[in-house]
Write a protein that binds this ligand. Structure first.
Ligand code: SF4
Length: 468
């Protein structure tokens, strides 16, 4: 299992993540049953040519129900397949040669290799890690949702993405290093320390080995809860640097917007409202991008995609097209702060029509929604759509909609209301939350003003005293 970065990079494949082979991606060869048929998933690992993406959309219409989702981790999900059409869909996608992951999820920055300000190309490290993993039995022993985040310091950042293991590039004493942590996002993860670039892959493999040894369902957060991270620290003790500088400022994770690229062109990021869109609207968006001379697209963690290689004037035209088609074109759009799973009738486990309710919920709470307050609507307690705590979580139950403040679907509800009373209950909660927020801000301002006034008063009295 011991491989250095130089060794793993030396076996690089031209497609950087391993091209999708027929039957190689479990999401395509073993689609998952849901309420609206089978669901197939693939996680692209690089730029998708526009004609390949349009062909994927056409295949989703032909073989599925024409709904395409881009998930919180940037996977593409195609819904409504049958047992027979799923095979034809997988064959059609295999012919497109879209580079996709066939191992555990290893996420890198969406603009890796194109961003002029990144510290390093995180997609190269991610590809090297996938190849190293393929040489070990680890993928067979890890829970399917175990993930690794590789943040190369570019935009959009990956600070908001939750990972079992996370690497974040930094600079220390004239060398590139990785800050390494486990079990969480940039804020909540447990920091383990700093490793040299050449030891990064090996350190991650050791950490994944610790998780794998704890059982097929184990996640990093379980181990941290059990021993405060001691097993992880012990596993990579030999690689940790003692004299590294602290990490720099984390870049924004928001993919919606316009980003300059190394070659002088721009990338334009659009959100899929509540993470889904029709194949037809995605085909139209992609067709417009091709007409504007775009070079391709990438799917992005955070329910979005980035159109690449646009001239500056073309970026504005693309935003107008995207807005007309119902995509999210402004980062502060309230729909970015509402997370909803498929719900009824799509998912057989659901008690409420979570996805159908989402636009109305976004409308009702629009003035409260934002980076500090989000809403998660979950058809049942499983909570597929959002892995993090939300300002308000609404869970479908046999008795109505359970409402949980600052928690997750499994949390204790403060109220359970019938579905037809939910809009009013959300409006009341959003109002109360807004009032509480402004009162807290007011108190903080008063305290700050008080402290400043106090300091000034004491400065003045000390000056007065000196004068005396
Ligand atoms: S959270 Fe429940 S209802 Fe929603 S998609 Fe997941 S399993 Fe289905």
């Amino acid at each position: 299992m011991i491989l250095t970065l130089a060794q793993t990079l030396s076996t690089a494949s031209p497609q950087g993540g391993g091209a999708l082979r027929r039957g190689a991606c479990p999401g395509l060869s073993a689609p998952m049953p849901t309420g609206d048929g089978l669901l197939a998933r693939l996680l692209p690992t690089g730029t998708i040519p526009l004609d390949a993406f349009r062909a994927l959309c056409a295949a989703a219409r032909e073989h599925g129900n024409g709904i395409i989702e881009i998930t919180a981790r940037g996977s593409i999900q195609v819904r409504g397949l049958s047992a027979a059409s799923a095979v034809r869909f997988a064959a059609a996608i295999a012919r497109l040669h879209i580079a996709a992951s066939d191992t555990i999820q290893v996420l890198s920055n969406p603009l890796a290799g194109l961003d002029p300000e990144e510290i390093l190309d995180a997609s190269e490290i991610a590809a090297a890690l996938r190849r190293a993993l393929a040489k070990t039995p680890l993928p067979r022993h890890l829970a399917p949702k175990v993930s690794v985040i590789v943040d190369g310091g570019g935009v959009p950042g990956l600070g908001h993405r939750v990972g079992d293991v996370r690497l974040r590039a930094g600079r220390s004493n004239d060398q590139v290093v990785f800050h390494i942590g486990v079990a969480g996002d940039q804020t909540t993860a447990m920091s383990l320390g700093v490793v040299a670039l050449d030891h990064a892959i090996e350190a991650v493999l050791h950490l994944l080995d610790v998780i794998a040894r704890s059982g097929h369902a184990a996640r990093a957060r379980d181990l941290v809860a059990a021993d405060a991270g001691d097993a992880f620290r012990a596993a990579i003790a030999d690689f940790l640097m003692s004299d590294a500088l602290p990490a720099g400022v984390q870049k924004s994770s928001e993919p919606v917007g316009s980003y300059p690229l190394r070659d002088g062109t721009f990338a334009c990021g659009f959100g899929l409202a509540f993470g889904h869109a029709t194949a037809a609207s995605l085909e139209e968006l992609t067709g417009a991008a091709a007409a504007q001379g775009a070079a391709g697209l990438r799917t992005v963690p955070g329910r979005a995609l980035l159109i690449l290689g646009l001239a500056h004037h073309a970026a504005a035209s693309m935003a107008a097209v995207a807005e007309r088609l119902g995509f999210v074109v402004h980062a502060d759009d309230a729909r970015r702060s509402v997370f909803a799973c498929a719900g009824t009738p799509i998912c057989s486990s659901a008690h409420i029509a979570a996805r159908t309710m989402a636009p109305r919920v976004a409308e009702i709470a629009a003035s409260r929604l934002g980076t500090d307050f989000d809403i998660h609507i979950s058809g049942c307690a499983k909570g597929c759509a959002h892995s993090k705590q939300a300002g308000l979580t609404i869970v479908g139950t046999a008795n109505g909609c359970a409402m949980i403040a600052n928690g997750r679907p499994g949390g204790v509800p403060f109220a359970t209301v019938p579905t037809d009373e939910l809009p009013e209950a959300i409006a009341r909660f959003a109002d109360a939350s807004r009032r509480e927020d402004s009162e807290e801000n007011g108190q903080e301002n008063n305290q700050e003003n008080g402290q400043e006034n106090g300091q000034e008063n004491s400065r003045e009295s000390s000056q007065e005293t000196n004068h005396v």
